[in-house]
Design a protein around this ligand. Structure first.
Ligand code: ATP
Length: 477
């Protein structure tokens, strides 16, 4: 539902969640900034993931590695040689496209026209050709299907070529003997190169995990997918080190564990599916994606990969440092196997927004009415509580300020005295604030306020002393 997708993008801009980067200069393609509410939402998701990993699992610790790494890292990891996508240029518009994106976009068009069989056949041919790296075949597929892109008429295409997705820059001043380094395209390598540091200093015993959240950079050739695919994005990754031979069990364990995490966001199971990778990277043992039903269709949010001892072995080979672990239970030295869970923070933000966004018709017989509401789980909402004095006088703002002071140390509150109560409620709905309390004249007499629940819009009278308990309970869920 592309209309819903567009509505979410507009809502994000209007309510300070997500802006186009450098918008006053007409923006930078596939780069976005988080505004006053988006940055809170994103931070809450990041914190919840971090807590789920490093606090709920005794055997997982976190690190925060640098974005810049020694250039040999990316030779060892295979990114210098293999981290590329087949691209094709349109000779007329001089625009470059990722071949799979171009074909998928055409397949989507076919699906919209109801040509389901043609869509399936096209995607099947593409998968077969990609699996064989058959670039001539792919070019023919594009031409035979008269795939165009945005320009009308027949497009003239160049040959298909591989382009590396890593951004590079120079370390040191250019006048000096500069060496080329990369902005990391994934956070995982920062964990692998620190494996021994953490294992030894933390006296970690296998099985154990290392978690990290941080920026990653990929020179993706695609736009118009909002924060689903960006050039600068954040990943939340966890590498779990296990004894060789036990990787299948741990892979299943982490599949189940990660799905539980997704469901704990209050999203229903039918909005998710696992997509098992048929074509595995040569070193992988098993791999799947967790896909969410975005308004633009089922798409990957998270990958779970059984990576064998590939990464640590390669770093051992390139660094000449032993990446071994002595397992006292079986009296053996080995290079551990790795199960990785890798989720995009920005994609998770988009998933949570897509799930929360609702346009509701509230019309009654005599009045047309509607609202846009973001039904975030309380733990993720940017603002947990709005405190609203009914009027600006009669001492009501003072009482409201006292309530604010009592609550703001434990969760984020918002004070608002302008506009009618109805308008203020709607604004809080649009920001996804789960609770509003209104201070009125009765408050002065009996120390009660009206609490209004975002989702049900029900209101009830509660003692001021109850406010923080109610909200803390909702956040802990
Ligand atoms: P895709 O096939 O969509 O390009 P990928 O398989 O290359 O993704 P991984 O390398 O497995 O992705 O990265 C793990 C996670 O990081 C993905 O599941 C996704 O959530 C996130 N991610 C990857 N690339 C981007 C991007 N360009 N923008 C936003 N998030 C991304």
């Amino acid at each position: 539902d592309n209309n819903k997708f567009q509505a979410i993008i507009s809502h994000c801009k209007e309510y300070g969640f997500i802006f186009q980067s450098s918008e006053i200069y007409d923006g930078l393609s596939a780069v976005y900034d988080y505004g006053q509410n988006g940055s809170e939402l994103k931070r809450n998701i990041r914190d919840y993931w971090w807590k789920s990993m490093t606090q709920f699992h005794e055997n997982i610790v976190g690190i925060d590695a640098a974005i810049f790494m020694h250039p040999t890292t990316w030779k060892a990891s295979g990114h210098v040689d293999n981290f590329s996508d087949p691209m094709i240029d349109n000779k007329d518009s001089k625009k470059r496209y990722r071949v799979d994106h171009l074909i998928e976009a055409h397949a989507e068009k076919l699906a919209l026209e109801g040509k389901k069989e043609e869509e399936a056949a096209l995607l099947q041919s593409m998968d077969n050709l990609l699996a064989k790296d058959d670039f001539d075949g792919l070019k023919r597929l594009i031409e035979d299907n008269k795939i165009k892109c945005s320009v009308s008429g027949t497009a003239h295409w160049t040959d298909i070529r591989q382009f590396n997705l890593m951004f590079s820059t120079q370390l040191g001043s250019v006048a000096e003997e500069a060496s080329e380094i990369y902005l990391r395209p994934e956070t995982a390598q920062g964990i692998f190169v620190n494996f021994l540091n953490v294992q030894k200093t933390g006296r970690m015993k296998i099985p154990f995990g290392i978690a990290q959240v941080g920026k990653a950079f990929r020179n993706e050739i695609v736009a118009r997918q909002f924060v689903f695919r960006m050039r600068e994005f954040e990943q939340m990754e966890m590498q779990f080190f296990v004894r060789p031979g036990t990787q299948k069990e741990w892979y299943e364990y982490w599949k189940a564990e990660r799905m539980k995490w997704h469901l704990s966001l209050g999203i229903s199971p039918d909005k998710y599916r696992f997509h098992d990778h048929v074509k595995l990277a040569f070193y992988a043992d098993a791999a799947c994606d967790i896909e969410y039903d975005f308004p633009i269709g089922f798409k990957e949010v998270e990958g779970i990969h059984s990576r064998t001892d590939h990464d640590l072995s390669r770093h051992q080979e390139y660094s000449k440092k032993k990446m071994q672990y002595f397992d006292t239970e079986i009296n053996q030295n080995y290079i551990p196997y790795v199960i990785e869970t890798s989720i995009g923070l920005d994609r998770t933000v988009l998933m949570v927004l897509s799930e929360a966004y609702a346009e509701e018709d509230l019309s009654t017989e005599d009045k047309k009415d509607s609202r846009v509401v973001l039904k975030f789980p309380a733990k993720l909402a940017p603002i947990k509580l709005a405190v609203l004095p009914l009027t600006k006088k009669d001492g009501l703002p003072e009482i409201a300020r006292e309530i604010m002071d009592g609550c703001k140390k434990s969760f984020r509150c918002f004070y608002e005295e302008k506009d009618t109560i109805g308008k203020r409620y709607r604004r809080m709905d649009a920001l996804g604030t789960p609770f509003c309390v209104t201070v009125d004249h009765q408050t002065k007499e009996d120390n009660t306020v009206t609490i209004r629940y975002r989702d049900s819009m029900q209101q009830e009278r509660i003692p001021i002393a109850e406010i923080s308990r109610i909200i803390n309970e909702a956040i802990d869920q």
